[in-house]
Ligand binder design. Structure first.
Ligand SMILES: *[C@@H]1O[C@H](CO)[C@@H](O)[C@H](O)[C@H]1NC(C)=O
Ligand SMILES: *[C@@H]1O[C@H](CO)[C@@H](O)[C@H](O)[C@H]1NC(C)=O
Ligand SMILES: *[C@@H]1O[C@H](CO)[C@@H](O)[C@H](O)[C@H]1NC(C)=O
Ligand SMILES: *[C@@H]1O[C@H](CO)[C@@H](O)[C@H](O)[C@H]1NC(C)=O
Length: 522
């Protein structure tokens, strides 16, 4: 017995010594800059636990990168003066905690500038009209982020008023934020959550929040080669978010990976008594959260619909080939593709003016109510905003960019016959269109090329008017220009969409950081 144990000890001893040496070696190793770039939430949490990184070091790294790159990219509108203090607090909490902390604990996040933060930062939707306004409280999603221990690093730029000022406001431009740039092309970043997408793409922050009314998360995610989730309307609270319409507005994550996006969604989804829609939609929040759906085999057994109308690439055979290859990958990973589907009423859907009619009145009503509820504000009504823009025409570049959407909205006089007809038209179009397609074919999702290649047939619009969820994953680069693939589904289908998106992402691993940033010096 005794000799036996001595024998095993002598065998084990060199092995123990090796382990000890290894752990000393990794303890001393600091994450290099290249590790910090592209780091996922899991990478960062591991580095925190191994004492290779602190939240302060991470925030300092991002602040340096923002100083270097933001003068060119303009993804960040304001830095939170309290970010370093929040990082120090997270570091202290981590040292004291004898238990695993939430995935977002000590992680820097940017939120779009139309999401209220009750701190030293301004919430302005990019406009000088709201500068100096005082919000009553943190937005519902922001208080959930704080509870999860996240560090609010700052506010992200956007298309001013989320593109609801005038039809000629460029994507990613706001008076306060300037012109945001796509870090891959230095061109159009797409809007309106442009800064959120630019900033995660360029590694100016770990993760971010955007908002979508019609395309504002999906399009910038697609253009900047990142992952965006547009949640089912009501899954995340809109309280404290500068509104366009509660019927379509939704807040969601923009991140570099599907898993990071799932963790952020997990942190912000769920009931908020100040947004009634979240109470109804809370039935969609799965017990145990969204991370359980990050399954490498997530495509197995899924039925994925292909609507060929969205696969018109003109003469671009590269795109044609790439997407056919992606469809093959979906099949190889175990999905059943239901091809050559048609959305019955697609022509009516794309020519209908119902959304425009509804948004106009809804924007006026909901913006007036948001402005009224501010503690203090230079503007209290939509009429005040229009007058402000005229008075400060130079500041708001009114000579160059108009405010016709706002002026039209101001002319509306309440929910009348036409407006109600527009609402019932959209319900009918959704039920007899996308919803019918999904149900008749027993689909789990529809897969669409993320970019609207064929003008006028924009899938995001289908998801927008029905309050349906969608997720964009990087799918390739046409020369410099990134493009994604979008998976859309019925209300509450986020678990399935995450399974599909994660499995696709892991099979393809398309994303690469913007190549030209290393050379940029501000
Ligand atoms: C908020 O706006 C005021 C007025 O322009 C400015 O002085 C302040 O620095 C802004 N806050 C932050 C955090 O940038
Ligand atoms: C900001 O938030 C809403 C709600 O999430 C979003 O959908 C919309 O595009 C934004 N509105 C404005 C006026 O900035
Ligand atoms: C495709 O190429 C042909 C010949 O070059 C051209 O006539 C046609 O307009 C192109 N079609 C599209 C959709 O770009
Ligand atoms: C609603 O749909 C009907 C039938 O397509 C159409 O004639 C009508 O103009 C639509 N109304 C609105 C307000 O869009």
């Amino acid at each position: 017995m005794a000799s036996h144990s001595r024998l095993s000890l002598s065998l084990i001893f060199p092995f123990l010594l090796l382990l000890l040496l290894l752990s000393v070696a990794t303890q001393g190793k600091h994450l290099s800059f290249s590790n910090r770039r592209e780091a996922t939430l899991s990478d960062l949490q591991l580095a925190f636990r191994r004492n290779q990184l602190t939240s302060r070091q991470l925030v300092e790294f991002y602040i340096r990168e923002i100083h270097r790159l933001n003068p060119i990219l303009k993804g960040v509108l304001e830095l939170n003066p309290d970010a370093l203090a929040q990082a120090d607090r997270a570091d202290r909490e981590r040292r004291r905690a004898g238990r695993p902390l939430p995935k977002l604990h000590g992680i820097p996040i940017l939120v779009k500038d139309n999401i209220s933060t009750k701190d030293k930062m301004n919430t302005t939707a990019g406009s000088y009209a709201l500068l100096g306004s005082v919000v009553p409280r943190d937005a519902g999603v922001v208080s959930k982020l704080r509870k999860a221990g996240a560090i609010i690093l700052g506010k992200a730029t956007l298309s001013e008023w989320s593109s609801y000022r005038g039809h000629n406001i460029p994507s990613g431009w706001s008076a306060r934020g300037g012109q945001g740039k796509n870090p891959y092309t230095m061109g159009d970043p797409c809007g309106s959550s442009s800064g959120s997408a630019i900033s995660v793409a360029a590694n100016l922050v770990t993760v971010s929040l955007g908002t979508e009314t019609d395309g504002s998360i999906l399009c910038p995610s697609d253009s900047n080669s990142v992952v965006g989730i547009k949640p089912t309307v009501g899954l995340t609270s809109r309280d404290g978010v500068v509104p366009i319409t509660p019927r379509q507005d939704t807040v969601g994550p923009i991140c570099r990976t599907v898993s990071d996006a799932a963790y952020v969604l997990e942190a912000i989804a769920g009931e908020d008594i100040r947004d009634k829609a979240t109470i109804e939609a809370s039935k969609y929040v799965p017990k145990g959260g969204y991370a359980q759906f990050l399954r490498i085999n997530g495509l197995r057994g899924k039925r994925v619909g292909i609507v060929r109308l969205f696969y018109e690439f003109g003469n671009n055979t590269f795109l044609q080939k790439t997407f056919e290859q992606h469809l093959k990958t979906l099949r190889q990973r175990g999905a059943a593709l239901v091809d050559n589907l048609v959305i019955d009423n697609i022509n009516e859907l794309f020519t209908s003016s119902s959304e425009g009619i509804a948004l106009s009145i809804e924007f006026k009503l909901s913006l007036n109510s948001y402005l009224k509820n501010l503690v203090a504000s230079p503007v209290r009504t939509l009429a005040d905003v229009i007058a402000f823009n005229k008075k400060h025409a130079k500041l708001e570049k009114l000579d160059e960019y108009n405010q016709d959407f706002m002026v039209e909205a101001q002319k509306t006089t309440g929910m009348g016959k036409i407006e109600n007809e527009a609402l019932s038209n959209m319900t009918r179009l959704s039920e007899n269109g996308f919803e019918k397609l999904m149900k008749v074919n027993k689909l789990d999702a529809v897969a669409i090329p993320g970019v609207d290649f064929s003008p006028g047939v924009d899938f995001r619009h289908v998801l927008a008017i029905g309050g349906y969820p969608g997720i964009v994953v990087p799918a390739g680069y046409d020369k410099d220009e990134p493009f994604g693939i979008c998976f859309g589904g019925l209300r509450g289908s986020e678990p399935k969409l995450i399974e599909i998106a994660y499995s696709f992402e892991q099979a393809t691993k398309v994303r690469r950081p913007p190549p030209r940033l290393q050379k940029l010096k501000a």
